[in-house]
Design a protein around this ligand. Structure first.
Ligand SMILES: [Zn+2]
Ligand SMILES: [Zn+2]
Length: 368
């Protein structure tokens, strides 16, 4: 099959910025050195642009997992231009296609099934998307957001101002313009580019699949460190409407922490979360599926599968009963109906559920 034409602008942008960062940053560091302020600016500007993509482009605009005040959206629009990953409108349109048609080589713009290079950067280097480049049907809701449309319209002047103006201003304030341009401008741009591209490439090949194996998305704590918390991609692909990617307190998800801080400052609200029971149920189904595969070759597999299925059904029932009672208790509390009987029932059901969960874990662990 003949490959589509090369997009020379993108090829030049990615290769020139990468080559210049690799050559000039070490040269300048050795010849003149970078000071602590320059390194600090590198980190702060990297987080400002990276979080604008993950907190703004991704979780706010692509998935509408929460609502944000206009001042936050304005900063996201500036930070997004700084990250140089196209306008929020275009990015979100691509991303919604990615979720809708994940791993479908004809429809997913950065399908991981096309290989690592393609999903990382290759998809932007040729006119693969020409037929839908200006089709924004799937982001009609975002077209009502004045800030999104303003950024889309003035994307070029905005990206130039943010990528040249900001580092030059910081460098001028610090007394060394070139050093700041190289570190907070160039190196930061290349690092944030590839770190966020890892979500489409690495997070679809490396890691675990605790919630679903219906697509290639993986959970990986190490990738989360590089991607502002987006490394819990298996969770994200099954529950894309959840504002969190790392659902546990110990998981590194600075994008979630940012959204929580904004909510605390009353600059964000309507954070959407998936009910815990659905999360547990998804995990349980995957465990059952995996264990069934593991025992399939054993001589007494039929008997084992029957036992597994029975334990699974009991756990599923206990899970549903516990969460139903918990919901009823929350509802009663909301109506300010003190209900001691309900409270003790929830406690009892929780205990029963946890015990069954323990026996399930020891059963499945014995086959791993
Ligand atoms: Zn993905
Ligand atoms: Zn997403």
């Amino acid at each position: 099959m003949k490959k589509p034409p090369i997009i020379w602008m993108n090829v030049s942008l990615f290769s020139i910025t990468f080559a210049c960062a690799v050559i000039f940053v070490p040269w300048y560091g050795i010849a003149y050195g970078f000071d602590a302020i320059e390194w600090l600016c590198f980190v702060v500007v990297a987080f400002a642009s990276g979080l604008s993509i993950t907190g703004g482009y991704h979780r706010l605009w692509s998935h509408r997992t929460y609502k944000a005040h206009a001042s936050v959206r304005f900063l996201y629009a500036l930070g997004g231009a700084l990250a140089l990953q196209n306008s929020a409108l275009h990015w979100s349109s691509d991303h919604r296609e990615h979720h809708k048609h994940v791993d479908n080589n004809d429809k997913d713009p950065y399908s991981a099934k096309m290989g690592f290079w393609y999903s990382h950067i290759g998809w932007m280097l040729r006119e693969y998307q020409a037929q839908r480049y200006h089709d924004y049907k799937n982001v009609r809701d975002l077209q009502n957001d004045k800030i999104v449309m303003w950024q889309h319209k003035y994307y070029l002047p905005l990206l130039l101002t943010m990528n040249f103006g900001l580092p030059i201003l910081l460098g001028w304030l610090n007394g060394d313009i070139l050093g700041m341009v190289l570190l907070a401008g160039l190196l930061r741009l290349v690092v944030v580019h590839h770190c966020t591209f890892f979500i489409n490439s690495l997070a679809h090949v490396w890691g675990s699949q605790p919630y679903t194996d219906k697509n290639t998305a993986r959970d990986n704590g190490f990738i989360a460190l590089l991607t502002y918390g987006e490394g819990y991609h298996n969770y994200h692909h099954i529950f894309e409407n959840d504002y969190r990617n790392g659902i546990h307190w110990w998981q590194y998800d600075p994008t979630k922490w940012l959204i929580n801080t904004l909510a605390w400052m009353r600059l964000a609200d309507s954070r959407r979360v998936v009910p815990q029971e659905r999360i547990e149920y998804a995990r349980l189904q995957m465990q059952l599926k995996r264990t069934k595969i593991k025992v399939a070759h054993l001589p007494n597999s039929e008997e084992l599968i029957e036992k597994l299925q029975a334990e699974y059904e009991t756990l599923k029932t206990h899970l549903a009963e516990y969460y139903d009672a918990k919901k009823a208790l929350i509802e009663a509390k909301r109506k300010q109906l003190a209900n001691k009987q309900l409270l003790s029932q929830v406690k009892e059901l929780k205990l029963r559920f946890k015990q069954q969960q323990k026996s399930w874990h020891s059963l499945t662990a014995s086959f791993s």
